[in-house]
Design a protein around this ligand. Structure first.
Ligand SMILES: [Zn+2]
Ligand SMILES: [Zn+2]
Length: 255
């Protein structure tokens, strides 16, 4: 083999984990160590919103306020280091992380064995899009579409900017988001759609967006998110050792 070809073959792939910066030895998106930390098994998952739950069956939020989507699935809990990956992608101008994270969505989708006519994403309000420069959910959806062949449907628009809702319950978020999306009827009528977002917290955003799509004529709306915040009732359960993880990621330059 010529030296040039050898060098090209050897360095064809990026052998650095985009999350912790450690060397990795294959083509998987993240290093083995990060992958192990992602894959904490979830004993009970709500069959509707896909969040880790305290027991079998619907979580308290879905029992109380059934969402408009058919169901939502997520790759893992919103816990470090996966949460760091999402934060870096979203707030620290690292949109390239959308590609490896979208691969996780593809894995979940293929495991579920479902089909959709198109893939939509949660839109950002124009102002926020200008400020950030990209929409992380759109990037995830575009990488997902490329990998699966499910066409992108840019059907949703965010009409009004919603208030900060990190501390709100699903009910309060639902009120806050009421009528904030609009959907292109022609693009969605009679279709089964997949709706993609980065994180599912209470499920209110996906719920409102799915309701908008259904009002516009969509038959079925499945949802997929990279990660999901566990049911608040699980707060007392053991969590990953954050102090260790914080040290690790601080050292690697996470702000
Ligand atoms: Zn890593
Ligand atoms: Zn639920």
């Amino acid at each position: 083999m010529k030296l040039r070809t050898f060098v090209q073959e050897t360095f064809r792939h990026d052998y650095t984990c985009p999350l912790c910066g450690r060397e990795k030895f294959d083509e998987t998106p993240f290093c083995k160590r990060c992958e192990t930390l992602f894959a904490e098994p979830r004993l009970f998952v709500c069959p509707k919103c896909g969040r880790r739950s305290v027991s079998e069956g619907l979580c308290s939020d879905c029992k109380h306020l059934p969402p408009a989507f058919t169901h939502c699935r997520s790759f893992a809990d919103y816990e470090p280091p996966l949460s760091y990956a999402v934060i870096k992608m979203k707030f620290h101008n690292q949109p390239f992380l959308a590609a490896p994270l979208a691969q996780k969505l593809v894995d979940v989708w293929q495991k579920e064995g479902l089909a959709a006519d198109g893939v939509c994403f949660i839109p950002l309000h124009e102002k926020r899009l200008k400020k950030r420069g990209y929409n992380q959910s759109e990037l995830l959806a575009r990488h997902f579409s490329e990998a699966t062949g499910v066409p992108i449907v840019c059907a949703l628009t965010k009409k009004k900017e919603s208030k900060e809702q990190r501390t709100l319950s699903r009910e309060a978020r639902k009120k806050n988001l009421s009528n904030c999306f609009s959907a292109d009827k022609k693009a969605v009528c009679g279709k089964t759609l997949l709706l993609i977002d980065d994180v599912i917290t209470t499920g209110a955003t996906l719920d409102e967006a799915a309701a908008t799509l259904k009002k516009a004529g969509a038959v079925n709306v499945y949802c997929l998110a990279v990660c999901a915040t566990p049911d608040p009732a699980l707060k007392n359960l053991q969590k990953p050792k954050k102090s260790f993880l914080s040290r690790l990621f601080k050292r690697k330059g996470t702000k």
